[in-house]
Design a protein around this ligand. Structure first.
Ligand code: UDP
Ligand code: MG
Length: 303
């Protein structure tokens, strides 16, 4: 049994060495390979990794030509992994590596995906916690696949899951969503997320927003359908105004300004019609989007 552990790193010079030794110590009794993906770091991360890895030829290093992002780094790691089970873990030791043993235990029990679910988050701002809370709730309400709440990318995947994910041709890869989408037997284990062991977060608000938008748009076409719903409501309101303004015109003709009723009704009605039309176009774009993602129609579990 070979275990691959994928670690993405972006400007983590303060921390890579510690991460390397911690992981090596933790996995000393397990046959493993570490796959470091250097996501275009501008500091000494690459040099340090190259030095560390010359002593351990079983481990791999993938260097990106520039910063392509955390999710791209995981995708690269998955392509290079040759293990029977693959763990993906952040490089800042916020996700405790000891949990890997527990994950392996579950894997041996027959689970094909073991994800770590955050019970507590230490050292993160109230804003980060709050935005994460909202994001997971929004994702739940907009998508119909079950993406577990408060789960980051820290997880173990069986080879069959990794093969399925590698085979997906779509380009915007929200990994934790894709892992849920491919299915298979899953289980979560709770853990307390530690503080970063050194350095600062490499996820500024801009990247967080990008990730959230990728997550929602990759798994939901609901936003495309919003205009249809709004249009429908506007049209119903327009009909209401139509009835009301006519009643007012005939029951108390002296109080209404001439032209008001017809103007109001036309504006609201045609706004509604336009929004509905955009919604219909959105419905088709949603379908085109589903087609270009080229996800398989179904995935069979191994016999
Ligand atoms: N990371 C990366 N590319 C990026 C941003 C982050 O490879 O563009 C790596 C980073 O080095 C770390 C992991 O992704 O190993 C998680 O990032 P971070 O700890 O900054 O995120 P947070 O825990 O604050 O959400
Ligand atoms: Mg972190």
């Amino acid at each position: 049994m070979l275990l691959s552990v994928i670690v993405p790193l972006y400007n983590e010079e303060e921390i890579v060495e510690k991460t390397f030794h911690t992981l090596e110590a933790e996995l000393a009794h397990i046959e493993h390979e570490l796959i470091f993906v250097n996501d275009g770091s501008k500091d000494r991360t690459r040099e340090i990794l190259e030095r560390l890895l010359t002593q351990t030829p079983k481990n791999k290093l993938v260097n990106f030509s520039r910063n392509f992002g955390h999710q791209a780094a995981f995708s690269a790691g998955l392509q290079h992994a040759s293990g029977d089970a693959v763990v993906i873990i952040d490089g800042d030791l916020q996700d405790p590596p000891t949990l890997i043993h527990e994950m392996l235990q579950k894997w041996k029990e027959g689970y094909q995906v073991v994800y770590a679910q955050r019970h507590k988050r230490a050292g993160e701002s109230i804003f980060k916690k709050f935005s994460a809370f909202c994001f997971y709730r929004l994702l739940h309400s907009l998508t119909n696949i079950e993406i577990p709440s408060d789960t980051g990318d820290y997880r173990l995947m069986d080879r069959c899951v990794v093969n399925q994910i590698n085979a997906l041709p779509e380009r915007s890869r929200f990994l934790r969503g894709l892992v849920c989408w491919v299915g298979f037997k899953k289980v979560g284990i709770l853990y307390d997320r530690a503080e970063r062991s050194a350095g600062t977060s490499k996820y500024p608000l801009r990247k967080m927003m990008r990730l959230a938008i990728d997550g929602i748009t990759s798994f939901s076409t609901t936003p495309l359908k919003i205009s249809f719903m709004v249009g429908l409501i506007a049209t119903i309101v327009a009909l209401g105004i139509l009835v009301w303004s006519f009643l007012e015109k005939f029951l108390s003709p002296n109080t209404t300004v001439p032209g008001w009723a017809s103007l109001m009704t036309t504006i609201v009605f045609f706004s509604g019609v336009q929004l509905i039309s955009i919604g219909i176009v959105g419905e088709y774009i949603g379908r085109i989007y589903d087609e270009v993602k080229q996800r398989p129609l179904y995935i069979e579990d191994k016999k």
